[in-house]
Ligand binder design. Structure first.
Ligand SMILES: C[S@@+](CC[C@H](N)C(=O)[O-])C[C@H]1O[C@@H](n2cnc3c(N)ncnc32)[C@H](O)[C@@H]1O
Length: 327
């Protein structure tokens, strides 16, 4: 997530950590790789150019134009499926040698004011990647003050969450909050702004976006769906933009770091922790950050699958933040 909005004009998404992702997936001619977050197709294109067949998934219908262009160029090796990567093992047919997930919003989503992702661009308070379900405006105007504060704290790590929630509830009593700038100004007024600091609405917008799109749920389900889909020696690469997401990826690969609890009905064997051979986390170089400031918080984690059967899905031990009914 959290590709910070740096105010650039709308241009197709610049792929982040591209060389490192290719290195992690090691695509071979004839291999089949799933790109679970197609976006503008930067990873898909590079994988196709390396000779792999690619099935790409995205839940945002507006990426279709990029997918159509790749289909025309690689008609026999590229296939696009609209949907959510949480279900990737149902959306993709055939075994796969690799899966890549580049979590979060694309530059196109951030830069298009009408999508409502950016606190710097006037637009409806929407933030729905798939254009369906509850919008950010629905959450902001209907959650009670405690849930709203807990959401901003748990998903945005916003320490001034209670003050912001209080201001939102006071403001919406007069009339519903409808636009991005309206919310951004309200937050700025509630908690102030220090010169040199990130915009005071940064964390709240992140929290709302994660909630609207169930990004943590999608990540957990997508990781387990990849484990089901991939065969032995299959590679999984995940690029995250936020420490809360990186923690989930890290613990998924290495249950010893607090990962999914084993079922008490299954024997505990030494191989349980060996389902994935995880590589060291990789961050962008200074050169990449200078060229593409939106890459600056990216972290790549990758692993290679063992032959062990896939685990039952479990949120336990992954450190997934919760804002309602948190334990
Ligand atoms: C960071 S962009 C990917 C950019 C891509 N790697 C590229 O090089 O152009 C993330 C994309 O994933 C999509 N996305 C996010 N969560 C998703 C989910 N749960 N299922 C399917 N697509 C998702 C977004 O709509 C967005 O287009």
């Amino acid at each position: 997530m959290a590709k910070p909005d740096t105010g650039e004009q709308s241009v197709p998404h610049v792929p982040v950590l591209l060389a490192e992702v290719l290195d992690a997936l090691a695509p071979l001619p004839g291999s089949h790789i799933v790109d679970g977050t197609f976006g503008a197709g930067g990873y898909s294109r590079a994988l196709l150019e390396a000779g792999a067949a690619v099935t790409a998934i995205d839940r945002d219908p507006s990426v279709r134009r990029f997918a159509d262009a790749l289909s025309a160029e690689f008609p026999s090796r590229f296939n696009f499926v609209a949907g959510a990567f949480a279900e990737l093992d149902q959306l993709v047919s055939g075994p796969a040698d690799g899966v890549v997930l580049d979590i979060g919003v694309s530059s196109m989503q951030l830069d298009e004011a009408d999508r409502g992702f950016s606190f710097m661009r006037e637009g409806p308070l929407d933030m729905r990647m798939a254009g369906q379900g509850e919008s950010a405006a629905d959450l902001v105007n209907t959650l009670d003050e405690t849930d709203l504060a807990n959401l901003l704290f748990a998903y945005g790590e916003e320490r001034k969450s209670r003050r912001i929630a209080h201001s939102i509830v006071a403001a919406r009593a007069a009339q519903p909050i409808a636009t991005t700038i309206e919310l951004a100004r309200l937050i700025e007024k509630a908690i102030g702004r220090k010169p040199g600091d990130a915009h005071p609405a940064t964390r709240s917008f992140q929290a709302l976006r994660i909630a609207v799109n169930d990004e943590f749920g999608q990540l957990v389900e997508g990781l387990f769906a990849s484990e089901r889909l991939l065969q032995e020696n299959g590679r999984l690469a995940i690029v995250t933009f936020h420490s809360l997401e990186d923690r989930i990826a890290k613990r998924f690969f290495d249950p010893d770091k607090g990962g999914p609890a084993q079922s008490r009905h299954l024997p505990q064997t030494a191989t349980e922790a060996l389902r994935w051979k995880a590589a060291k986390a990789v961050k962008p170089s200074a050169e990449e950050i200078a060229r593409n400031p939106r890459s600056r918080s990216a972290i790549l984690r990758a692993g290679t699958r063992s032959a062990d059967p896939a685990r039952a899905i479990s949120y336990a031990g992954l450190g997934v933040p919760r804002f309602r009914g948190a334990a």
